[in-house]
Design a protein around this ligand. Structure first.
Ligand code: ATP
Ligand code: MG
Length: 139
């Protein structure tokens, strides 16, 4: 089934000029980038985005990291896009990520792990709506 998922190229990757290399992995995996914008996330945006992790010990560090440099927010479209992109990203901890995944190739640590991808279709819809309107998405 064709789906849309939400992706973020995180500050560790934009800082190292890896936007194009990450996008190449995404496109080579058959996912289409149907919306994309480079932004500096505000503190409020990052806090809201990672609200589900508010009680986790790394929440403050995560919000600080996500606002430390520009990010690229994206909508990806393709067959089973939510699960497919999770495969393409690899495990949260790059030490456990499979060969060829974005995190194996580029992530620096479990926190600074280069990309985000929605973990369910329901969350994908909510996350896309936080950063894009329907008119921004050209499929
Ligand atoms: P994401 O939600 O970014 O796609 P994920 O679903 O693989 O990643 P989550 O468990 O949802 O992982 O954690 C969200 C983010 O919080 C991680 O991607 C990472 O940036 C950060 N994070 C997770 N665990 C840790 C940790 N132990 N220490 C520091 N940061 C962490
Ligand atoms: Mg997650």
């Amino acid at each position: 089934m064709t789906e849309r998922t939400f992706s973020i190229i995180k500050p560790d990757a934009t800082r190292r000029n890896l936007t194009g290399k990450v996008n190449a992995v995404i496109e080579d995996a058959g996912l289409r980038i149907v919306a994309q914008r480079r932004i500096k996330m505000t503190d409020a945006q990052a806090k809201k985005f990672y609200e589900v992790h508010a009680e986790r010990p790394f929440y403050g560090e995560l919000v600080a990291f996500m606002t430390s440099a520009p990010v690229v927010v994206q909508v990806l479209e393709g067959d089973n896009a939510v699960a497919r992109y999770r495969e393409v990203m690899g495990a949260t901890n790059p030490a456990q990520a499979a060969d060829g995944t974005i995190r194996k190739l580029y992530a620096e640590s479990v926190g600074e792990n280069s990309v985000h991808g929605s973990d369910s279709l329901e969350n994908a819809k909510l996350e896309i709506a936080q950063f894009f309107t329907d008119a921004d998405i050209v499929g």
